[in-house]
Every structure is written in C-alpha cells, then in structure tokens.
Design a protein around this ligand. Structure first.
Ligand SMILES: [Cu+2]
Length: 476
C-alpha cells in the first residue's frame, strides 16, 4: 500500500496500480557492448505494472500552449523497500509527456529546484540556439526560466533531457528524461492506436547500476569513461521488469533509448512486428521487422498485433525478457495501414552538394571528432542558413569496437547511404541520431533551417562529455 500511495501522490495521473514487489533481473550481454545486467536476488519479475507518466496538454493562454516544468530531486524505489535519491521533471523520476501540436506556439516555464545548474534540451526539435538548451541556457539553482518555441515539423515522438556542460551524463542517469508527443493533422487522422495507456504506450528504456542497497549514484571508472556508463539493472519507465495489459489487436509502443551508453536490440522472440516511426516522424509505410536496434538517443515506434501472441508474451531487450505483455478481454484495432505519411523523395542529383566529413574516434587519450576534442569557445565551421549538405560520418575507433550514435541538434536529416548501400527501409525516414558501429560510414542529407550555434555529438553521454562533440554557426 505504501508504494501505491507514494506514486499516486507524486504522479497523480497514474492509471495503473503498482505492486510492491520489484523485479528480478538476470540480463547478460548488451549488443555491441560487453554489458552485463545484474541479477537482483530477493525480488520477482513482472509483478509491477508499467509506469505511465502523466500526459500534459498544458494551458492555452493567448494562443500559447503553456506548461510548467520543475526540475526536482526525489526518492525512488528501484528495489523494493530501498529508496534512493533521483532527479525528475515534476516528480521523482523521468517526467511528464508534453502533448504538443505542430505549428502551435508553446511556452515552457522551467523551475530548477536542484542544488546544481541544469538546462533543458528538446531532442529532435528543429529549434534555434536561443531555445535549444545548450548555449547560454544554464538555469541556476532555485531560479526560473521560460522558453517559447514553435515546432514546425512532422508529428513525432521527441524527448527532452538536460544538456549542461559536464553534467549531462550524471543528470540523465539520475532520472531526467521526458517525452514530447508532437501531433499533426496526418498523425491524428491515421487509423493507428492512439489511446494513451490503453493501446498506445511510452517505453523509455534505460539501464542503471544500483548498489546492493538500491542506491543510484553517478561516477565513472576509467573503463566507463571509455565505453560509457552501461549495465546494471535494465528498466522501462523507471521500473525493472514491468508488465502491461494489452487489448486483443494492435498496440503501439513509442520506444526511446534513454540510456547513457547501451545499444538495445528489441524483439518478440522471432515474431513479426511493424515499425511505423523513426526519430523525427512516421515512416512512409510500416516496415515488417523481427528486431529493432536502437542506440542511445534514437526512437522507434512499433505496432504489435497481439493476435499472434500468447495470452502472456514478452518484449525482449538484448535477448532477455524485459516487458510482460498480458492480453486482457478488450479488443483494439486490427488492420495495419498500408501507407502512413508522405516523406519527400531524395533527389538523385546530389553531386553539386558540398560533402563534409566527420570522423568519430575514441582512444585511450580521449574522444574526438576529426581529431579535435570539443571546445566551447571555438566554432568548427560556419554554414549559410537554407543550404543543404551531405555529411559523411565515420566511426574511426579502430582499436576499440564500440558504436557511436551521431546526433545533430536543430535538424531532422535523412540517411542516404550506409556503408555504400541504400539504408534499410526503417532508416529511410526522418532521423536526428544515427548509429555507427565500428568501421561504419554513413552519409546523411541535412538542411540548415535554424539560427545560431548548433552542436553535433556522440549520444553516448560519456563520449560527448569526453570531447566527442563539435559546433557550427548557421549564418543568416
Ligand atoms: Cu561515442
């Protein structure tokens, strides 16, 4: 009872009851990492329901949709009966879902109740320097800041997280991450699951190392600085091994890799599912898949037809049962649309575009892009607003076999080539983060439509903070 009360007080809008018993993990290796997920004895798996963050519509005042976001410290019970300090937006961990509409003026009033400075970055938003949450964006302890912006881009599942220099990794790890559901006319008219918590679920996947007393702290060993902070307990929406009740028919999972450094392979143990969205929007058509790989920062929306599942089935993450899917007596949608949205075709005449090369490298000495570590005081290049370029991104870590998910702020790009070939269908939509395994070369097509200083970096947060970042100025 204690647990239920605490969560209801904190989140208010929880629609599912929570059980006392937390889950047992026995995860082994993470893809591309030598990640070991811990086993916690004395707890049982799949006894707690998936936590559903409250979905906020804000208040419309003078045509501006306004939200209040407070960055706070809280206590969270990852392991039953063992509370630890965490960070969250409007609650002890993670944050609410901000429901936004394309083209609408949005205002976010942020209050920093932490004892350290923070910023809020709107990951995936095509936004300029003044609201992007990186430069001149620090919000000091016990102060407020308001940002106003308009997202004029296709419907997508975006997310927000801190981005202060040298504090991004620790603050995300301690719990700061929230979602944005950006909708437009097309997404609202499509016949796909969209009833929150019934057939449409947020799935934020993270892994965190806890002490045997259930304590979460952030520190990095020498190896964690090189490989990123990875392993420990795998969790979805802050809960270890949860379950969800699902209808008979289609369900939609909006999956976000919110980890500091772990790649996830997501599957249904050989059964088919359908990817309908990537980082920056819906795909042109559903793509039939058996496995979805997401690197830190990436998102993927999938549809699962529960009619092909047993009464009790599992979503697997890195070959381990991570989420129990329990069919209830309800019935949902059954037919998967053949087409979703129109995505502009990529022109065949790209020869005239300038190509810029970015080589990402981790060595025992540190992290660089084009052999230069990030320097906040220096621009790496300048571009003209309105131009389009090709970026050729290379994972140049020869010694160390590790992936680098490359993220650019203020843009949604298209992957045009992966290792000399057309990218897979599920990578042909809008992207803001693209994974590069060791030795990979990816070409992207990018347009600059925002203003000011914009950063690009590896989304392994320890690599980013270790220098695998750069910045450029978009000139008007
Ligand atoms: Cu990296």
């Amino acid at each position: 009872m204690k647990k239920i009360l605490i969560e209801v007080v904190i989140f208010g809008a929880l629609t599912t009851s929570h059980n006392q018993i937390l889950a047992n993990m026995n995860h082994s290796s993470g893809h591309n990492h030598n990640t070991t997920f811990n086993q916690a004895t004395f707890v049982k798996e799949f006894q707690k329901s998936l936590l559903l963050p409250p979905i906020l519509n804000g208040k419309v005042q003078n045509g501006v949709r306004t939200f209040d976001l407070s960055v706070t410290k809280g206590k969270w019970e990852f392991i039953d009966g063992k509370f630890t300090e965490t960070y969250g937006y409007n609650g002890p961990i993670l944050g609410p879902i901000l429901s936004l509409k394309k083209g609408e003026k949005t205002k976010i009033n942020i209050t920093n109740n932490l004892a350290e400075e923070t910023t809020v970055h709107w990951h995936g938003g095509i936004l300029s320097q003044n609201v992007d949450g990186v430069h001149n964006a620090n919000i000091q302890p016990n102060t407020k800041k308001s940002v106003e912006f308009i997202l004029n881009q296709p419907a997508a599942t975006l997310w927000f997280h801190p981005h202060p220099m040298h504090k991004t990794a620790s603050q995300v790890y301690k719990g700061l991450a929230g979602l944005i559901y950006l909708e437009d006319e097309q997404s609202q008219n499509l016949n796909i699951p969209k009833t929150y918590g019934v057939d449409d679920f947020p799935i934020i996947i993270q892994d965190k190392k806890l002490t045997k007393d259930g304590e979460l702290t952030y520190s990095t060993t020498h190896m964690e600085k090189i490989h990123g902070k990875s392993g420990g307990h795998l969790m979805i929406n802050g809960v270890i091994s949860p379950y969800i009740d699902i209808p008979n028919g289609l369900i939609r999972l909006r999956i976000v890799n919110g980890s500091n450094a772990t790649n996830y392979d997501i599957d249904l143990n050989g059964k088919d599912f359908y990817q309908i969205g990537s980082d920056g929007g819906l795909l042109s058509n559903p793509v039939t898949m058996k496995n979805l790989s997401l690197a830190p920062g990436e998102r993927g929306e999938i549809l699962i037809d529960s009619n092909i599942l047993n009464k009790k089935s599992y979503l697997y993450i890195n070959q381990k049962k991570a989420l129990e899917l329990r069919k209830n007596e309800k019935f949902g949608l059954t037919s998967i649309p053949k087409a979703l949205v129109e995505i502009p075709k990529i022109s065949k005449n790209l020869e005239n575009l300038k190509t810029r090369v970015f080589t990402l490298k981790t060595t025992s000495k540190g992290n660089t892009i084009n052999n230069i570590p990030y320097n906040m005081e220096k621009l790496n290049f300048e571009v003209q607003k309105g131009t389009q370029e090709i970026w050729e991104i290379k994972n140049g870590s020869k010694m160390m076999d590790m992936p680098h998910p490359f993220h650019v702020h203020g843009a949604q790009f298209r992957v045009i080539e992966r290792n000399g070939k057309t990218p897979p269908l599920n990578e042909q939509g809008w992207k803001d983060t693209v994974n590069l395994n060791a030795g990979d070369t990816v070409k992207i097509l990018i347009s600059y439509t925002t203003d000011g200083i914009t950063v690009y970096h590896c989304h392994i947060l320890e690599h980013e903070e270790g220098g695998m970042m750069g910045q450029f100025q978009i000139n008007n």
